[in-house]
Design a protein around this ligand. Structure first.
Ligand code: PGA
Ligand code: ZN
Length: 424
């Protein structure tokens, strides 16, 4: 148990130039933990509430001074001088908020405090943050270096006038180590840029550092990626496979899935057939948010038809929330969960979601948000919880690369003690 001496939040900017919350937590022994909170663009309907000021005169309503004030006044008054461990701190935050979705204090306030406390305690105990997270697990798992989902092309809400699907990623499943995987992914990122340039497309990047060209179809995106993998000298499907995040809630409109690139509209069943065709044609190993967040029947159908062959990941569907995950496990809606700390708003609830997933035989993919900061906690989280997969954008832009760089440091420190094992 550790006593909190001071808590101080401030408003900073994220990678999109939008305000977000940063929290400093100082313990009674003087240890400081600092954490910053990320923010989504294709946000799930069921995520915990991100509290924004709504004052149109400042930052177009996107200021977070209310959330900052909640840390500096309400939370500080309730917590300062008291002893906590991570569980009791997060329970106190949940109780103080008093709602089911952090609507009172804001998940941006609670996560800032929860994560800053985690950092402060790991500092106080002179242990790496990944070990601190590791020790929060109720059932031990081996530490592991994750297989990265390296983003190469983006569309949807993340890049204007680009593909309908939001993220196209490469997974170096055949690499021997994390650092080699990162090198392969980075080489493919640059090869894809060459392929695009040669074909006359622009190489401007989207929110997460990957290219967002105006290609004529979603299938063309897949062709460009495969050309990029091959021209970098790797074998598609053997060395490197493809992962997609459709973010289908974003193109679901009144019961139909509308792919405007291809000028086509699909029913839920037809979209599943579309994915089946892609899984036959391309080296696809993972599909995230293939269906919309309320299309539970569609998810069940997708998992029944494709779940033995590929990873079916729920992001907007589960929102890192054990109640929604419980339903998904019971209904066999997916076989994997995306893990985002700010979707639920505390470290402990995030660990609970990972453990529930693992107990059910689901995989868990730790993820960044499209609005990020220089905070690299998710790199430590994925190693400590041993989930084995991370999604943290392209190998460009410091908001993305700082997570990869932290993983390189961890790999160096752990050496043989952490395996890199491909789940595919
Ligand atoms: P978001 O996108 O952070 O904009 O929600 C990331 C994702 O959908 O995985
Ligand atoms: Zn997603």
């Amino acid at each position: 148990m550790t006593t909190i001496q001071t808590l101080h939040a401030r408003q900073i900017l994220d990678s999109r130039g939008t305000p977000t919350v940063e929290v400093d937590c100082v313990l009674s022994d003087g240890s400081l933990g600092r954490a910053a909170v990320p923010s989504g663009a294709s946000t799930g309907k069921y995520e915990a509430v991100e509290l924004r000021d709504g004052d149109p005169k400042k930052f177009f309503g996107k200021g977070v001074t209310k959330a900052v004030g909640n840390v500096n006044v309400v939370i500080a008054e309730a917590l300062i001088g008291k002893e906590f461990d991570q569980r009791s701190l997060d329970a106190a935050l949940i109780k103080l908020d008093g709602t089911t979705n952090k609507a009172q204090l804001g998940a941006n306030a609670t996560l800032g405090v929860s994560l800053a406390f985690a950092r402060a305690v790991s500092e106080s105990q002179s242990q790496p943050l990944y070990m601190y997270f590791h020790n929060l697990l109720s059932k031990k798992r081996a530490l592991s270096m994750p297989v990265p989902m390296v983003l190469v092309l983006e569309g949807g809400k993340h890049a204007d006038d680009s593909a309908d699907f939001q993220e196209f990623m490469v997974m170096p499943i055949g690499a021997p180590t994390f650092s080699e995987a990162l090198r392969w992914g980075d080489e493919i990122y640059h090869s894809v840029s060459q392929v695009l340039k040669k074909e006359g497309f622009n190489i401007n990047v989207g929110f997460e550092g990957a290219f967002g060209p105006n290609l004529e179809s979603n299938a063309k995106v897949m062709d460009v990626i495969i050309a990029g993998i091959e021209s970098a000298g790797y074998r598609p499907g053997k060395d490197v496979s493809i992962a997609i995040d459709s973010a289908a809630s974003e193109f679901f409109d009144q019961g139909s899935y509308v792919l405007s690139r291809e000028k086509k509209s699909y029913t839920s069943t037809e979209l599943v057939e579309f994915y089946e065709h892609w899984a036959d044609k391309y080296p696809l190993v993972s599909l995230e948010d293939g269906m919309s967040e309320d299309d539970w029947d569609g998810w069940m159908n997708l998992t029944e038809r494709l779940g033995k062959k590929i990873q079916i990941v729920g992001d907007d569907l589960f929102v890192t929330n054990v109640e929604r995950l419980k339903r998904g496990i019971a209904e066999k809606s997916a076989n994997s969960i995306l893990i985002k700390l700010n979707q639920i708003g505390t470290v402990s609830e995030t660990v609970d979601a990972v453990e529930m997933a693992h107990d059910a035989g689901f995989s868990a993919v730790v993820s960044h948000r499209s609005g990020e900061t220089e905070d690299s906690s998710i790199a430590d989280l994925v190693v400590g919880l041993g989930t084995g997969q991370i999604k943290t954008g392209a190998t460009s832009r410091t908001d993305r690369v700082c997570k990869y760089n932290q993983l390189l440091r961890i790999e160096e420190e752990l050496g043989e003690r952490a395996a890199y094992v491909s789940p595919f």
